[in-house]
Design a binder for this molecule. Structure first.
Ligand SMILES: C[S@@+](CC[C@H](N)C(=O)[O-])C[C@H]1O[C@@H](n2cnc3c(N)ncnc32)[C@H](O)[C@@H]1O
Length: 445
């Protein structure tokens, strides 16, 4: 019998198997209204070969099969109990779904055979997520995509009125999953994990369910008290906290205007293409050279100063966004304590100073000054100054989806790219001067 590693084992996750299968099914149903359009936006359509990795008892496969009749569907599941449950689901139905026993790390499926791989609430349980992503990327067709849907328990189910004990519950849950080798806060890491696995980040979204949209019942079925009760049993959660949480939960439900909401994180990636490879060849070790010790980055032995104009500008912008005296070019933005607010400031400063509109996904993908400068110098088509001014107040519109990138005319030579860059800097400069003249005129009345 195959043994499973990581922090999910169906036999330990619930008091009994049918209850856990019902909970897993309900977790898929809870988000389907948001997930279906999201998967379609990322290319799900008839005619495709789809793999659901870690398919569990197969509810997602079933919903997809009901909606699309011309798909070739495969489920990959490591746990033999769930393989059996999944096969049972499709036995005697009109759906032809192949259920294969294997793991993300060792799938045992033919290379380059899937248009779309979905992995839902699985990566957080896998001990080496980068190895799993690398292995799955070998199953993608050249134009294929991988969609990872993941929890991040610091952004988990929330209510209004607030059930304060949920904080302690999630703390206990995280401690327990980490002890088993999982990462319950993996949602925020998806773009960086893609990069580490050699994939190109295409998007990073959130899907959200709300009791007003799906009803309270949908949440009760997907959450239940099974996991909290087990956390009490295993000593991670205090019995009194558990009881107090149940009381607060019931109280919350009495409020006629109560809300329950839960988000999930969705990362989308693809295989690198020729143009991406050109960039890597021009910067052979650009993805490896990262110093992750914050102390080393500021004047310590790992400090490397900027050596190009773009690096100098970025180093100034990083210091200002993070309020640090200096930042070495090989320091990882996130290891230095960079957060999403700082990233937004950086995005708007880069636009202002270099006239380049950099999508958030790119900032996640190139987390050091050296990597980002390399990307900007080699692959960027700068936005025109008038576009730049349109964009400034609107970070979300173009931050996540590849289709909206302006920063990626890969066929361009680096020479023409950098001459366009300086032309653009001049334009941006002129625009700033024009704006300040206008401001001075307005002040003079
Ligand atoms: C929380 S369940 C999610 C099931 C399903 N994807 C869903 O959304 O309902 C996690 C699933 O991942 C499977 N799993 C865990 N580690 C795995 C691995 N390394 N490779 C493939 N599946 C794995 C578990 O057996 C389980 O079925």
């Amino acid at each position: 019998m195959t043994t499973t590693t990581g922090s999910y084992h169906v036999a330990d996750f619930a008091a009994n198997l049918p209850a856990e299968i019902r909970r897993l099914d309900a977790q898929v149903d809870l988000f389907w209204h948001a997930e279906k359009p999201l998967l379609m936006r990322h290319g799900l359509q008839d005619g495709m070969a789809i793999l659901d990795c870690g398919c569990g008892p197969g509810r997602l496969l079933e919903l997809v099969a009901n909606e699309f009749q011309q798909l070739s569907l495969t489920g990959l599941e490591v746990d033999p109990i769930l393989v059996e449950a999944c096969r049972d689901r499709f036995a005697n139905t009109r759906h032809e779904v192949e259920i294969h026993q294997g793991s993300a790390e060792d799938p045992g499926l033919p290379a380059a055979s899937f248009d779309l791989i979905v992995m839902r609430l699985v990566l957080e349980h896998v001990p080496d997520p980068v190895a799993a992503l690398k292995s799955l990327s070998g199953l993608l067709k050249p134009d294929g995509q991988i969609v990872i849907i993941a929890n991040d328990f610091e952004f988990h189910l929330r209510t209004s009125p607030n059930v304060a004990e949920l904080d302690l519950l999630y703390e206990a849950y995280c401690a327990s999953r980490r002890q088993d080798g999982g990462d319950p806060c993996i949602g925020r890491r998806l773009p960086v994990l893609f990069s580490q696995a050699g994939l190109i980040v295409k998007g990073f979204d959130m899907e959200v369910s709300h009791s007003k949209l799906v009803g309270d019942q949908a949440f009760f079925q997907a959450e239940g008290v099974g996991i909290p009760a087990q956390l009490v049993e295993s000593g991670f959660l205090d019995q009194q906290v558990f009881e107090s949480m149940i009381r607060s939960w019931k109280q919350m439900l009495k409020d006629p205007n109560h809300s329950i909401m839960r988000p999930l994180f969705v990362g989308v990636a693809r295989l690198p293409r020729e143009a991406d490879r050109d960039h890597t060849l021009a910067n052979p070790d650009s993805l490896q050279r990262v110093v992750d010790d914050p102390e080393e980055c500021q004047g310590g032995p790992g400090y490397v100063s900027p050596s190009s104009e773009t690096e100098e500008v970025l180093a100034r912008l990083w210091s200002s966004a993070m309020e640090l005296p200096e930042v070495g070019i090989r320091c990882n933005f996130f290891d230095l304590g960079g957060d999403s607010l700082m990233l937004e400031k950086l995005q708007s400063d880069v636009l202002d100073q270099l006239g380049i509109r950099v999508p958030m996904a790119v900032l996640f993908q190139y987390p050091t000054i050296e990597q980002l400068a390399g990307y900007l110098d080699h692959e960027v088509r700068p936005v025109a100054a008038h576009e730049a001014s349109d964009v400034q107040g609107d970070n979300t519109q173009h931050s996540v989806h590849e289709g909206t990138f302006d920063a990626r005319n890969h066929s361009q030579s680096s020479a023409s790219s950098s001459s366009e860059n300086s032309a653009l800097k001049n334009k941006a400069e002129r625009r700033r001067e024009a704006l300040s003249k206008k401001k001075r005129r307005a002040e003079r009345g």
